[in-house]
Design a protein around this ligand. Sequence first.
Ligand code: GDP
Ligand code: MG
Length: 166
Amino acid sequence: KSGFVAIVGRPNVGKSTLMNQVIGQKIAIMSDKPQTTRNKIHGVYTTEDAQIVFLDTPGIHKPNSKLGDYMVKSAQSALDEVDAVLFLTDVSEELGGGDRYIIEQLKKVDTPVFLVLNKIDKVHPEELLPIIEKYARLHSFTEVVPVSALLGNNVTTLLDQIAKYL
Ligand code: GDP
Ligand code: MG
């Protein structure tokens, strides 16, 4: 199994930390699957039965200045070309404008979108359900996976869930 996964999320939610946790120090060989140049490769995760290429999608982050229509459309079609989109959020912070902006863009995407709730080590377990409900009210996510990218909690589960869509 092999495929492409895009990670989106506002700054500081833990995208780089998740990548480091998944990829580690491993350098892997690229698959020969056709790949868009609109995405920047973050890293490649390889096991005996799966290869997942993680991509960063420029243009999906809320811009400081007004972003051109072309950039937004380009980011959206880039997300249509991957097998799954991971929308990463920080559960220790309120759902804000940055998150809402990204969710609005994700509504136009045909790809399965995962809600990945990061930094669960910073909240009490009973706080998690109300947070999930807040996000679920805004969009119908394909999968919901709480993780701690920093501690590595539930990251294996996330990879297993991704493998279902490759
Ligand atoms: P990015 O901007 O989305 O790439 O976010 P980073 O990966 O740079 O992380 C931003 C900050 O959040 C860093 O200080 C990380 O150490 C911290 N961080 C990331 N993931 C977690 C987590 O699961 N738990 C905690 N407590 N901190 C985290
Ligand atoms: Mg980063």
